[in-house]
Design a protein. Sequence first.
Length: 266
Amino acid sequence: MRRFRYVHATAALAALALAATACGTTETSGGGPLPAVTGSWAVESLTTGGKTLHAPEAARVEIGHEEATGNYGCNGFTAELVQEGTSALTVSPGVSTNMACEHMDFETAFSQLFRGRLTIDRGPDRLTLKTVDGSTIAMTPKPPAADAPLTATHWTVDSTINGDTAASLPAEATGKARFAIDGDTVAGSLGCNRFSAKATVDGSTLTFGPLTSTRMACEGPAGEVERALTDLFGSGPLTWKVQERTLTLVAPDGKGLTAKAASAAE
């Protein structure tokens, strides 16, 4: 089972909440508007050491006035920023997750380049950040994604949380724990047995009533995940937060889960 440090919005990642409001514009010498530095950017590619690395789809940066949040391609990160007008910014890396991912060469290079003093080169449809050795991060404007609704969304559990540590689900249990909230009812699978319960949403808290479930004997990793989710759902009010297509549920004792919204094709 892969384990990684995890920063969440209610206990310390969904602390990777993204500030996606773009503000202000600059003009080209011809008078046309240039995209502001602050805002939401999709990473297109990196150039470093004479090579060009193309970004995975999830790579992005949300640039604010004093901080940045984003995703290296799989792992999320935060950073502090000091801007020098429109010519440069200095990046001090903050926290990040540390999960083994498919595009680790790109993630490692991105994390090494997005730090220190970076000069800014802006065009009408891109932003390029350049390091002192000439390496570059090329980005294009990315409209902020809408948050998936808590209810009427099919959620698939992808990690369990314990304090400031999270563990991705073991391969044998991946994709098996799912649930959806419809009105005042939640139903789905705990990873082995199907379940249903009353669900009460009160502001930022979600409370499940007693679970009714099938009674198959569940062994191995799927059984471990099922027991963890059963305990979590029965532990009382859970703090919930949705960031784009990720749901985080956390109990007062710091235990919780993250789940991904199903795509339209699922």
